[in-house]
Design a binder for this molecule. Structure first.
Ligand code: HEM
Length: 149
């Protein structure tokens, strides 16, 4: 099971690195006509790349957590430091998944189409939330690993 951390870390780099890169692109690419050339083309490739990374993260994470018996603590309401850190990480991951789904649904519905104001708001706010929450997940992930090893 020790090999799983390699997959988990590779996927975390791809997942978090991707969201930071898209943020930098969004901030630097302000020209509307350039946006219309870039986003419809890289959007789907980026979307599937990110979804594959997230699935690898979730599968490897679940296998590692099960191997270390962390789910028993979650079900028993374990309030020890490690139980609390794992619970916090899982709660933030849940919100990351919810915001990712919102972002993905809007992206699928509106690729190569004009967006309404609401769709624009949902798309931008959900991606900002994913970016911010990823940094919080990273904080709990580092704490969790240092407590486990
Ligand atoms: C957005 C989702 C996730 C991200 C970005 C993420 C990120 C990370 C990172 C970077 C580490 C290594 C920390 C370090 O080396 O200091 C880690 C460790 C770990 N993660 Fe995740 N993780 C995610 C989801 C999950 C999920 C869903 C689970 C379990 C259900 C999980 C369980 C674990 C466990 C058990 C470790 C410690 C493994 C060990 O020390 O042997 N992770 N995570």
């Amino acid at each position: 099971m020790e090999f799983l951390i390699h997959f988990h870390l590779m996927a975390a780099m791809a997942w978090i690195g991707g969201s930071i890169f898209m943020f930098v692109l969004g901030v630097s690419l302000r020209d509307k006509s350039k946006q219309q050339q870039v986003y419809p083309n890289i959007g789907p490739i980026f979307g599937y790349f990110e979804i594959v990374s997230l699935i690898i993260l979730l599968v490897s994470g679940i296998l590692m957590a099960d191997d270390k018996g962390l789910f028993y603590g979650l079900l028993d309401g374990d309030t020890s430091p490690i139980g609390t850190v794992f619970y916090n990480k899982m709660m933030i991951v849940l919100f990351v998944i919810i915001f990712t789904m919102i972002h993905f649904v809007v992206a699928l519905k509106t690729n190569k189409k004009e967006r309404t104001k609401l769709q624009n708001f949902l798309s931008r706010s959900s991606s900002l939330m994913v970016l911010f929450l990823n940094l919080v997940v990273l904080h709990y992930a580092i704490m969790l690993r240092s407590m486990l090893n």
